[in-house]
Design a protein around this ligand. Structure first.
Ligand code: PAF
Length: 285
């Protein structure tokens, strides 16, 4: 395997490289990202390399998944640092399409995902999952990987992508990757760098509250009162607004009142100007 990171800004050379790897019998794994890479992304790359597969990392801050009042323009972009980190982690290729490459003049198609995109973030970010589904479909068609990895932190996104890939017969295996956390429980996220020092101290409460609810649900408790208490606790800690805190089935995302099957406690809440999301698995005992 080469020690150097190959960088692609245009599609044809990327496709030629992937085709060459495929002819050599190698497996290709795509790690789609919006850059501002953190230890979670790099652990994925290291994992792909450790199992002897080719790691292609896309970096593209996708304008179509941001709403008009969201953080598209201030989303952190530092391509040089990202590329240095990818080279160090042993990634094989970085795919860096420009916005005009991804959405050339005349681009007019959008994927509309089904029920997995309804509720939760779908309620608070209209059009978001259509933008995600469209760009991920394009990335999968561009790279043609055997496997694509997506973090479980964006749990609804993972289910939306699974449903799009299934419905459109895209020949790829989608793998969810467990959330990496700081020592105090805060889920790793590119947006954590927006937090002030005081907010950073408060932020792990989100994981703590979700974990407590997940434990009680696993022990047979009912969701409704736990969710109410959880929202109150988050607000008392300084979060607000809490956009949602819900318990959903881990496969179908249907609302759950008692966890008889694997479920997820899932939430989105603002802390100051930063929107944090997280979720914790409920494994019924
Ligand atoms: O999770 C992300 O970083 C983005 O939503 C993704 C999957 C790269 C699509 O732009």
């Amino acid at each position: 395997m080469p020690d150097t990171l190959l960088r692609f800004d245009t599609l044809e050379p990327l496709r030629a490289q992937v085709a060459a790897w495929r002819r050599a019998g190698e497996r290709i794994v795509l790690v789609p990202t919006m850059g501002a890479l953190h230890a979670g992304h790099l652990a994925l790359v290291a994992h792909v390399r450790a199992i002897g597969q080719r790691a292609v990392v896309s970096i593209f801050v996708n304008p179509t998944q941001f709403g008009p009042t969201e953080d598209f323009s201030r989303y952190p972009r530092d391509t040089d640092t990202d590329l240095a980190l990818l080279a160090e982690a042993g990634a094989d290729a970085a795919w860096l399409p420009a916005v005009e490459t991804m959405y050339p003049a005349g681009f007019s198609t959008r994927i509309e995902p089904g029920p997995a995109a309804e509720g939760l973030c779908g309620t608070f970010r209209p059009g978001h999952f259509s933008g995600v589904a469209t760009v991920v479909t394009k990335l999968l068609n561009q790279v043609g990987p055997d496997v694509a990895l997506f973090g479980e932190k964006d749990f609804q996104q993972l289910q939306v992508i699974r449903s799009v890939v299934r419905d459109l017969d895209i020949p790829v295996t989608i793998e969810g990757v467990p959330t990496l956390r700081e020592a105090d429980g805060l889920a790793l996220s590119s947006r954590n760098r927006y937090l002030t020092p005081a907010e950073r101290e408060t932020a792990p409460r989100l994981h703590a509250v979700l974990s407590h609810i997940a434990e009680r649900l696993a022990a047979g408790a009912e969701a409704g009162p736990l969710v109410g208490q959880g929202i109150a606790e988050l607000e008392a800690a300084g979060f607000g607004p809490v956009q949602y805190l819900e318990v959903r089935d881990a496969d179908t995302l249907a609302p759950v009142t008692r966890a008889a099957r694997p479920a997820r406690v899932i939430a989105a809440a603002y802390l100051g100007g930063t929107r944090l999301i997280d979720n914790v698995a409920v494994v019924p005992g």
